[in-house]
Ligand binder design. Sequence first.
Ligand code: MF3
Ligand code: CO
Ligand code: CO
Length: 284
Amino acid sequence: MDSYIDMPVAPRAQDARRTESIKLYGRDAFEGMRRAGALTATCLDGVSDLISHGTPLAEINAFVLDFAATHGATPATLGYKGYEYACCTSVNHVVCHGLPNEKKLRDGDIVNVDVTLVLDGWHGDSSRMYAVGKPKRAAERLVRIAHEAMMRGIGAVRPGARLGDIGHAIQSYAESERCSVVRDFCGHGIGQVFHDSPNILNFGRAGTGPELREGMIFTVEPMVNLGRAEVKVLVDDWTAVTRDRSLSAQFEHSIGVTAEGFEIFTLSPKGLHAPGIEIRATPE
Ligand code: MF3
Ligand code: CO
Ligand code: CO
């Protein structure tokens, strides 16, 4: 299975000091990530206008391609390990890496769009859920839980905290809502490399793992299922789906560790954190 956990990482020392293979970045890198992250977030804001009944997923791919080209960026996924698209589009029980093919969105669908734009060498990696029309209550609830899970993971980030605190915050919240967390994929270090060390697991024990330090840059991207955690990859070798065909949802931000806590590089300029779905400040 093509999981980031098994993936060899290729650390580069450029522009970075290294501690136990987790790079520490300075001001210029944060500025580069801010610009790449803002561009990716603006692209995801634009995607929301395309989300309606009958839109082929390929149209989302075409939009991302064009957006990147007109903004001096390149989609990192294009040609990545043989992947042929500018984004991933994962509908309903698709967990991640759904292919933006001719399949059409339908009323009631929930879809994750995952975009990574490279601007001046820096990777802005983010994904959001979108709702087509009015999804069922269970689907809306799952989307809200996935977003809250990501934000709780990010909320655990500050110098002195441990990597395991992030996974613990995500897992304990998602499971308290009777959902499950996918184990086969994880967040990752990011910067001038798309998938760098460390792996950011979406489960774990508080107080374990390497200590977080100011200057680290990585993604937080939990996948949360309504049913069981198990996934399988379809014969296309990319599309990951829930084994029990239950709904799955994911959000992703690229973030940096700051002296005070964290900075999110991929916040929506339009405030469209989860278009079409009201995200409540506190869980039900
Ligand atoms: N953007 C995904 C991530 O969050 C990676 C997709 S790799 C692809 O890390 F090849 F499937 F596009
Ligand atoms: Co990512
Ligand atoms: Co991504």
